[in-house]
Design a protein around this ligand. Sequence first.
Ligand code: F0G
Length: 426
Amino acid sequence: MSLDLAASAEAPACADDGVWLTCIACGETFAPFTDVRYTCDDCDGLLEVRYADLPTFAEFGAGADSDGPDRGVWRYREALPFDVGVTLPEGDTPLHRVDRLEADVGVDALRVKHEGMNPTGSFKDRGMTVGVRVAEELGVGRLACASTGNTSAALAAYGGRADLQTLVLLPSGKVAAGKIAQASLHGARILEVDGNFDSCLDIVQDLAARGEAYLLNSLNPFRLEGQKTIGFEILEEFHADYDTYPDRIVLPVGNAGNTAALYKAFRELVQSGAIDEADVPKLTGVQAEGAAPMVEAIEEGNDEVRRWEEVETRATAIRIGNPVNAPKALPGIRNTGGTAVAVSDEEITDAQRDLAHEGVGVEPASAASIAGLKKLRREGVVDDDEQVVCLTTGHLLKDPDAAYEAGSEPEPVPNDTDDVLAHLAE
Ligand code: F0G
C-alpha cells in the first residue's frame, strides 16, 4: 500500500488560520475564505482543504464547551476549518451489528455504519453542516445544488436553518418521493430538469460560474471535509470494539465524493501519526450495473473515467454517469488496495431486504454496499477472515416506493377477530 502523502504541512502565505486550499493536480494554493472558487484558477483541477496542524485521536473532542455540540461531526473540529457550523446536529451514527448477515456473507466481522440516521436521513448532512458554514463566511446569497435527491434535502434543511435561499435542480421523474418532499418543505425552490443528474450538475456549475449561486455539490471541497468524519467515526468505533481497524470499508459510489472524503480522512490520520499506513482499510466502491463508470475505470486500469451518457438503476441516488470526484477517488481505491464492483438491481433489492430483516432500514443505493460485499465474497476477492464495514448512506423512508415494492403486500381482512384468525390460519 502506498498512500499519496505528498502534501506539505507547511502553511503557504495565503493560509487563513492554518487552513488553505490546494489543487490536487498542479499544487497551486489559494486562500480559503476570501473568494468563491470550486476548482483551480490555473488548471481547473479539484481543490482540497489542507491544514497546518493535523490532530490525533487524543485531540478529537478536546476543548469542548457548553456553547458547541461535543458530538458528531463537530467533535472533530480540530480537523475542520471551523469550530462549529450550521448544525442540527449530524454524525454520531450507529455502527450496527448484523450477526445473521455476517454469518451469511461469511466474514470474520461485518458492521454497518448507518448514515441514514443523520438529521435529514443521509450522510449529506455531514457535508452541509460545514459547507453552509463556509457559505455564511463567504457571504453568498443563494445556495444551489444538482441532486439525485439526498443532497437537495440536506441543502434545503441546512440552508433553511441558516436563513439562506436554496435552489435545487433535480432530474425529472428520477428522484424518490421522500427526498422531494423534504426539499420542498424545508423551503428549497425545486427545478425539475428534463435530463439526468449529470446534466443538472452541468447547469448548476454554469450558474455558479456566472455568480448566480454558491455550489454545494461534492465538487465543493468543504462538503468533503464534513463527510471525512465518517472515516474518523468508523475507525474510532471499530477500534473501541475490536481493538483493531477494519480491513475494508465498502460503500456505494455515485459522484465518488464519499470515497474521496474517506481517503482524505485516512491520509490525515496517517500523516498525524494517529494510525499506521498498514491500518488503512481497503476502500471498496460499489455501483449499479446501469451506472458504473468508476467500476469500468478500475477494471480497465484507466486513469480517467469515461462519462456514461445513458444511466439507469432502481437505486436512483447513484444514477450518475460522470463521477466528478474521480480524480480524488480513484487513487483512494487503488492506493488502499481496494477495488470496485458493479451489482444488479435485483442484488440491490435482495440486500435491502437482508438489512431490513435485521432491523436496519436503508434506501436502495445504500444496500448496494452489502450487495457488492456479497458479490466480492462469492468471487473470492474478499477473504473469509476479513473484518468489514459497509456504509449505508440513506434511510429506508427516503424511497417509500422502492421499499413498498421490495416488501410484502398488505393483506385485506374483514373487521372481525374470528375472520382475522381464520385468515391467519389459511
Ligand atoms: N448513497 C446515497 C443514498 C446517495 O444519495 C449518494 C449520492 C451516494 C450514495 C453516492 O455518494 O456521490 O459521494 O459517491 N447522492 C447525491 C445526491 C448525488 O444528489 O443526493 P457519492
